[in-house]
Every structure is written in C-alpha cells, then in structure tokens.
Design a protein around this ligand. Structure first.
Ligand SMILES: Cc1cc2nc3c(=O)[nH]c(=O)nc-3n(C[C@H](O)[C@H](O)[C@H](O)COP(=O)(O)OP(=O)(O)OC[C@H]3O[C@@H](n4cnc5c(N)ncnc54)[C@H](O)[C@@H]3O)c2cc1C
Length: 393
C-alpha cells in the first residue's frame, strides 16, 4: 500500500459486523491500511461463532481437484496458504503470543485402491498448481508418521498444509485488534442498519462502509431513511453442522495432521482433535454420542494408540455454507456494504486472503481477478433497492 492511499483512507470509518476469524482478520487489515474500524459482535466474548469450534487446518492443497469449477477456489486457497506465515507472525507480534502454526504439513492416507486413485487425483492437482506434494509408499508413510498403525496402501505428504490452534488464533486476533486501536463492541447483535448519508448502527454510531462477517448468524436488515428495506442480494447462508471430538494427548499419537477419507486427526499442543461430521442443513449444536463414537473408532483404526486417549470433550459447530459452497467476498447490491461470509469448511485457511480482498475493495474499490469469482453479485436477486451495484462510493 502506498503512503498516499494510507492517507486517503485514514478518514474512512468501517463497521465490521461479526467477530469470528473472518471479521477480526478483515478488521485488522482495514486498520493496517489506515481505516478507522469498529467490530460489532453479538456474543459476550470473542469465539461465540464457529471459529472456536473448528480444527484449524490450513488445507491449501488438500482436496482441491482439477475440476473446472474448483479452479477459482484452488487459486484462492493457494494464495491463502502463501499468506499464512506472514499473517501468523503479524497476529502473534501484535497479539502478544503464539497461534501454534505448525512446522510440519499434512499427510493423506489411502487404505483401498479407490483411495489411492483419490490421492493420485490430488497429487496431480497439486503438481499442476506447483504446490509442494510428495507421494509416499506405505512404508515411507509409516516412517514419516509412526503413529499410523492401521493398514495403509500409500499416502501423500502436503508440506504446505499446516495448522493453527483456532482458539489461540481468536485470542491473539482480539489482542492484536485492541493493540492496533480497533474498537470491539461485544454483546451487540446488529439487527438493523439505518442508511442515511452513511450507515447508522443501533448504538447511533455512523460509518461509511459496512462489512458483513456474520458467519452462520443473522444478517442485519438495511433500512432507508424513508423506511424501505433494501436488499443486499445475498443468498441465505446454508448451515452445515460439524461434530468433533477432543482426545487427551497420549504418547504415540500422530504428530502430523492426518487425513483419511472418513476422518481427520489434528494434533494440537493441548489435545488431539478428531473430526468431523458434515450435516448439511442442520443448524443446531447438539452432540450425538453415536457420531462421536464413530469418529473415535475411525481415528483408532488409523492410529491405534488413540484407543488409550481419554475423551476430553466433544462439540458441534455450524459451518457457514453457500448454495455453491464458495464464499461471498465483495460488495453487495447496497453500495458500501460488503460481504465476507460463507467460508464453509475453510474459513481459517481463507482468513488472510479474505481480509486482503476486502480491504482492496472497501478502501480502494479494487476487485482483483482472484476475487471476482466470489462476488456476491453471482446470486443477485432482483433488487428492490433504488441503488445500482457500483464499486464507487
Ligand atoms: C467441526 C468443524 C471443523 C472445521 N475445521 C476447519 C479447519 O480445519 N480449517 C478451516 O479453515 N475451517 C474449518 N472449519 C470452518 C471454519 O470454522 C469456518 O469457515 C470459519 O470459522 C468461519 O468464520 P466466520 O468468521 O465467518 O464465522 P464465525 O466464527 O461464526 O463468526 C461470525 C461471528 O458473527 C457473530 N454474529 C452473527 N450475527 C451477528 C449479528 N447480527 N450482529 C453481531 N454479531 C453477529 C457471531 O456471534 C460470530 O461470532 C470447521 C468448522 C467446523 C464446524
């Protein structure tokens, strides 16, 4: 960013609604580029949404195929993966502590010929995109990760697919925002925004831009000074419930993130996470003991020593999905209102790149080629709003 654009944007006031990883990351980047930023969060503390319930894996290479409709997502994921080391360093420096960015990458395990084909497709997709990948024979895989005790036919190493502790990340992001001078207003559910030469929140404070980062929560209504409700054109967020299990760390547990077709294991310093279910359309956070038992059995089948690991806790979170499973990043049908939501199963990974794209658009009206496919305009309903879509404000 040039000094000129920092000066030009210094007076811009931006309200970020939603204090999950996406809202907090956007707020940090907007502030870094000179905006005055306030985050509104309906929870009484940071971590009320799904971010704190996630596994924190940064799957920049994992599972992005060569299918045409995944190319844009794969490019975004790749960019995010490249940004993570610097992003983590900045959050740690400003936030006063670590986020546990792992040094090692992820392993993917195949136990059947069909799974070997799956791995072959993933390896080809990584190679086509110049992402680091290493094919491993069964013996190499077990040498790399001695905790794998079950039968394996082969595997992949994805050295760039690291992980963080999502709860520590939220904590550090909150501290980083405080240190940077971003206002964080907790216990403020924003249900209505009044449009009258800017955007007025329920507490009366006024902003020139709004970023919606409400995850699977509720989006506010935008009401004109005449009392008309203006449509953002955003589709409904599709809730996708995920249940997960935390096991106590035991000797002989995996050191890497390990993916198999039916389960993943993500070892953190304080516990070993085993996930996750994918229950589309479900928005509750109840935990089903049968699903948790299934996850544990699948993890034990991969890494037998986990059978001895006491269960610490289990939880469920609601991923913010979209009708096409791609995030909504960019200006809505209401000029000055931007979406940063719908990150489904990759919100932790995509946080730094989302923040970058949002800051480009909110402060400079710049929509990069990388960002275009994620424009909320792809779902535009006929707008009731008297405004037309524009990136100028
Ligand atoms: C089991 C599980 C495992 C996962 N594992 C991974 C993983 O390994 N890697 C990965 O990248 N992703 C993972 N995810 C997905 C990831 O958690 C999400 O994509 C990401 O956390 C979404 O972040 P967010 O900020 O959009 O949403 P949230 O974290 O939900 O934040 C939204 C915030 O907005 C607030 N809010 C909502 N409405 C309002 C309102 N009207 N006014 C004020 N505040 C409001 C909420 O309280 C909440 O704090 C996982 C998800 C689950 C469920």
């Amino acid at each position: 960013m040039s000094a000129t654009s920092a000066r030009r944007n210094s007076a811009v006031r931006v309200a970020v609604i939603g204090g999950g990883v996406i809202g907090l990351s956007c707020a940090l980047e907007l502030k870094r580029r000179g905006a005055e930023v306030v985050v509104y969060e309906r929870g009484m503390e940071i971590g009320a949404g799904v971010t704190s319930r996630s596994a924190g894996m940064l799957g920049a290479a994992f599972e992005w195929s060569l299918e045409a409709d995944e190319l844009a997502m794969a490019a975004l994921a790749r960019q995010a993966g490249e940004m993570w080391p610097d992003f983590a360093a900045r959050v740690e420096r400003l936030g006063g502590g670590g986020v546990e960015l792992s040094a090692e990458g992820a392993l993917v395990v195949a136990r059947t010929p069909a799974e070997l084909d799956w791995l072959g497709g993933m390896a080809a997709a990584c190679q086509a995109r110049d992402l680091p990948v290493r094919r491993l024979a069964a013996a190499e895989l077990k040498r790399e990760e001695p905790a794998l005790t079950g039968k394996v036919l082969g595997g992949l190493e994805l050295p760039g697919d690291r992980q963080v502790d999502p709860q520590k990340l939220l904590l550090r992001l909150g501290a980083a925002l405080g240190k940077s001078g971003v206002g964080i207003r907790m216990g403020r559910a924003i249900e209505r925004v009044q449009i009258a030469s800017g955007f007025q929140m329920q507490d009366g404070d006024k902003f020139e831009r709004v970023v919606l980062a409400t995850g699977a929560g509720s989006k506010p209504r935008f009401v004109s000074w005449q009392g008309d409700v203006l449509e953002t054109g955003l589709p409904d967020i599709v809730p996708v419930k995920g249940q997960m299990l935390a096991l106590a760390p035991v000797a002989g547990a995996p050191k890497h993130v390990v993916h198999a077709r039916d389960v993943y294991i993500a070892p953190k310093a304080r516990w070993v996470l085993v996930g996750a279910t994918t229950e589309r359309g479900k928005a509750d956070t109840g935990v089903d003991p049968d699903q948790i038992a299934r996850l544990k059995a699948a993890a034990v089948a991969l890494a037998g020593r986990l059978a001895d690991a006491p269960e610490v806790t289990a939880w469920a979170g609601v991923r913010p999905g979209t009708p096409d499973d791609k995030p909504l990043i960019g200006e809505t049908a209401i000029p000055g209102v931007f979406a940063a939501m719908g990150h489904y199963r990759n919100g932790i990974l995509l946080a730094p790149v989302t923040a970058d794209v949002i800051a480009d658009q909110v402060l400079d009206g710049k929509v990069s080629g990388l960002a275009k496919p994620f424009s909320p305009g792809r779902f535009d309903k006929p707008a009731k709003a008297p405004h037309s879509r524009s990136s100028k404000h």
